[in-house]
Design a protein around this ligand. Structure first.
Ligand code: SAH
Ligand code: SF4
Length: 400
């Protein structure tokens, strides 16, 4: 059973006048600086930035009028100069297994005349936790041959505010802000006192390390203790292997790392994950060995998609174990999720079990990732949107 919600019942974010800069996605000092530019007294700016931070990230307020500890005049001043908009929800689908997928739409922050872009965000609930799979780009520059997103050309990077907007909008819809109500529509939300969103994975559309600055800013804000306050240990960034950005990710962002490995030989990885031609396995694994903060308590997750007769032999499993020797690692086997037009098949369950067995016997935890939300195209590698890259002439005409 798949439920698509009637969006006429979905509270849409209040659309403040377009074109005003958003305060979502700015650091606290950046907010303070913008406030001063907008005429707020310099001596108050820091305190106001702290108040705004709490309203935006702890209370989920999207309207300056709701900020009751700020005087009316100042609220009006804020409303005239800024906005706190979130993405528009184009659709929200609930899978028979409780997984939820949104199609979100954003206007271009710099140029509202450009067509809006759309991205997907997925919520994967379990009994005692809920993981939000967040997108970093509209499309992807890379073309991993088994990935649906890889068939969509890169349209643009998401801003830090747009990345955070996915978390804020999901929290809103899941009733995760104070006073919020859990949805009652067939979707799952973890029980008890647990927050709906306990974990975030940068595993949606796009290559997060090709949008490093925005991803870094968004994740530092998401993990700020005075705000959304997600522990960095509960945030995982997945990369196809942008080697030069791996060390800064550990040092500057400090979140958990996942590597889309998928092959243990360069010739095969060149075909499956073409960025391998630029940064081959030896360089990738060296960067992993040097990942700041790496320890047995803080392991790197290696993702390995199970493709029938391509990368799933016993010899592949043994080579995988050999390659990862001396790297504190977890191995995550992902059954291939099909999409229209793909030439690949998923390995049989027996083959996946045998592969997992070899890896387990070598001492690695190797959970097989249960496909979630396949019926609504929400599983790993199935995300894509209709947004197309404009030709340069079209873009120039709209930005002139
Ligand atoms: N671009 C980043 C983040 C995406 S994460 C990266 O590649 O790491 C999504 C994960 O799902 C990646 O490990 C990706 O390789 C994997 N994946 C892509 N297509 C898939 C498919 N059809 N079936 C299963 N996993 C897939
Ligand atoms: Fe891009 Fe990751 Fe898909 Fe490769 S697997 S095409 S890097 S989104």
């Amino acid at each position: 059973m798949t439920i698509s919600l009637d969006l006429s019942t979905v509270p849409m974010p209040r659309s403040t006048a377009p074109g005003k800069p958003s305060l979502v996605g700015l650091s606290k000092p950046e907010i303070a600086a913008r406030l001063v530019e907008a005429g707020i007294a310099e001596r108050d700016a820091k305190m106001r930035a702290t108040q705004l931070w709490n309203w935006i990230y702890v209370n989920g307020v999207t309207d300056f009028d709701g900020m009751t500890n700020i005087q009316k005049g100042v609220r009006a001043q804020l409303g005239e100069n800024f906005q706190l908009d979130r993405p528009e929800i184009v659709s929200e689908q609930v899978s028979s297994d409780g997984t939820r997928k949104w199609l979100f739409r954003y206007r271009d922050p710099q140029n509202p005349r450009l067509p809006p872009v759309e991205i997907e965000t997925v919520y994967i609930p379990e009994e005692d936790r809920g993981t939000l799979c967040v997108s970093s780009q509209v499309g992807c520059t890379l073309t991993c041959s088994f990935c649906h997103t890889g068939t969509q050309r890169l349209v643009r990077n998401l801003t830090a505010g747009e990345i955070l907007g996915q978390i804020l909008m999901a929290r809103e819809r899941l009733g995760d802000f104070p006073g919020g109500v859990r949805p009652d529509d067939g979707g799952l939300v973890p029980g008890g006192e647990s927050r709906a969103i306990t974990n975030v994975v940068m595993m949606g559309m796009g290559e997060p390390l090709y949008n490093y600055d925005n991803v870094k800013q968004a994740l530092l804000i998401a993990s700020d203790e005075a705000g959304i306050s997600l522990s960095k240990r509960r945030i995982t960034l997945s990369t196809s292997g942008v080697v030069p950005q791996i060390e800064p990710t550990g040092r500057e962002i400090g979140v958990m790392l996942a590597i889309s490995l998928h092959a243990v030989r360069n010739d095969l990885r060149d075909m499956l994950v073409p960025i391998n031609k630029k940064y081959p396995l030896e360089e990738l694994l060296a960067a992993c060995r040097n990942f700041p903060g790496l320890s047995n308590a803080r392991r790197i997750t290696f993702e390995y998609v199970m493709l029938k007769d391509i990368n799933d032999s016993d010899a592949d499993a043994k080579e995988l174990v050999r390659l990862l020797a001396n790297i504190p690692a977890k191995i995550n086997l992902i059954p291939f999720n099909p999409w229209p037009g793909t030439n690949y098949d998923c390995s049989s369950s027996a083959r996946i079990e045998r592969f997992a067995d070899i890896v387990n016997r070598a001492g690695y935890a190797s959970p097989v990732r249960t496909p979630r939300g396949r019926d609504i195209f929400a599983a790993c590698g199935q995300l894509k949107s209709e947004t197309e890259r404009l030709r340069k002439t079209e873009r120039d005409a709209l930005t002139a």
